[in-house]
Write a protein of this length. Structure first.
Length: 434
């Protein structure tokens, strides 16, 4: 018979390890994935942190470690990580920069990694943004809306009729006439806010490249990626000449209060201002399409999207599981409610009080559903992606300079020519990005 002492000696190590049971199955090994995200608004940060916490609580096999990086520093940090081979497992990428990371072989295709139903549920604009070379590399929980906000009271006082859908957008001539009529009722005639306070940067490309498409052109040839004859072509010159003609009506908006103070009755900007504008104008707030320069009203599209990096085979499934969680309608709507953006899932869009049919921002949703994709824009499509090229950062900075010239009231032709030379040089320096 085993003595009491022998029994205790045999059992004591198990008791010291755990009272739950010696030799019990320890369960699956917990995988830790590193997730990088841009540090946007306070509301966006709060929601994402809550989403990560909830995901971690509900998964015994995966732990998400979130790193938030200031938006202005984010792309530089991710580029440095890509160059050193020290990428996180999941990374946010600003939509127009996606092609550059694909060219660097920094990202994994998501086809077959994420469920087909999840990919198919993305808005057509996000499917276009996330695709490169026939593969899907990015998914988004939201997309952006761009248009004209208008003060109904001011339009009525000036006797200006406004469009009710994207298909009856003001022509360039009608928009010019509306500006002139509004200016007659205005103390200084500065009736158009175009967010000059945002500075010369990505906003000017996102906000005004659609005018080039509306004039029948584009910034590069999507096959050769060359800007020659496009960025300095007839459509681009015509679009920026039209913009130059509106420059005298532009409010400098140094304090970012031109529209909410009702000093400027028109504001050319995106979805992110809606809550402030609605609070300031109430029922007088209108959301209108951008002017039609001859080939249909066009708008911008694209925003931050999620990617899985080529950092490690053993963590890809865990990364995919986290993205699948973020793309649930409930989570998509949580983020859209926080930042006011267009929900990235078709099913979530239908459930949105802002963007569903008859919602106050339904126009933005209608525009994105009619995405031009990565094909040449036609008069029927509306939302135009920014040029898909690994050289986008250089292209955007140069085109923005030309837009800035036009908005200052000067002819932008020489700036477009200079931009074309620089962008073409970048293309050739990188062997055509082949």
């Amino acid at each position: 018979m085993t003595s009491l002492r022998s029994f205790l000696q045999a059992g004591l190590p198990c008791l010291l390890v755990t009272l739950a049971g010696c030799g019990a199955d320890p369960g699956p090994e917990r995988v830790t994935i590193e997730v990088w995200a841009h540090d946007g608004t306070d509301a966006e940060r709060t929601v994402l942190e809550q989403q990560v916490a909830t995901f971690n609580e509900g998964h015994d096999d995966v732990e998400v470690e979130l790193r938030m990086i200031a938006e202005g520093d984010y792309n530089d940090a991710l580029q440095t990580a890509a160059a050193s081979g020290d990428l996180p497992d999941v990374a946010e990428v600003d939509g127009p920069l996606l092609a550059g990371y694909v060219h660097q072989a920094a990202l994994l295709p998501l086809d077959g990694l994420l469920p087909d139903a999840v990919l198919a549920n993305q808005l057509s604009s996000l499917r276009a943004q996330g695709s490169h070379g026939g593969r899907t590399y990015a998914v988004g929980t939201f997309d952006s809306g761009l248009g004209l906000y208008a003060d109904r009271r001011a339009l009525r006082a000036a006797g200006v009729e406004w469009p009710t859908s994207v298909d009856d957008a003001w022509t360039a001539e009608e928009f010019s006439a509306a500006l002139a009529a509004l200016a007659k009722k205005d103390a200084d005639g500065k009736v158009l806010d175009v967010k000059l306070n945002y500075g010369v940067g990505e906003w000017l490309t996102y906000g005004f490249a659609p005018l080039v498409a509306s004039a029948g052109g584009g910034l590069i040839d999507q096959n050769s990626l060359s800007p020659a004859g496009r960025m300095d072509g007839a459509a681009a010159r015509s679009a920026l000449a039209t913009l130059q003609g509106w420059a005298s009506y532009v409010d400098p908006n140094e304090k970012d209060d031109a529209f909410v103070s009702r000093r400027a009755p028109l504001s050319w900007v995106g979805h992110w201002t809606y809550r402030d504008y609605a609070a300031a104008l109430g029922d007088d707030l209108l959301v209108l399409p951008l002017p039609d320069l001859g080939h249909g009203s066009k708008t911008g599209q694209g925003s931050w999207a999620w990617t899985v990096t080529a950092s490690g085979d053993d963590r890809q499934q865990a990364a995919a599981g986290f993205l699948t969680y973020l793309l649930q309608d409930e989570e998509v709507l949580r983020m859209a409610d926080a930042n006011g953006a267009v929900p990235g899932n078709s099913s979530a869009l239908e459930a949105s009080s802002l963007y569903a049919e008859d919602g106050p921002l339904a126009l933005f949703a209608d525009q994105l559903v009619r995405s031009c994709g990565n094909d040449e824009p036609t008069s029927e499509c509306v939302a135009v992606p920014r040029p898909v090229t690994p050289g986008y950062a250089v292209l955007s900075s140069q085109f923005a300079q030309a837009v800035s010239v036009a908005l200052s009231g000067k002819a932008a032709g020489p700036a477009l020519e200079e931009a074309t030379v620089i962008v073409q040089g970048d293309l050739e320096d990188n062997d055509g990005f082949r």
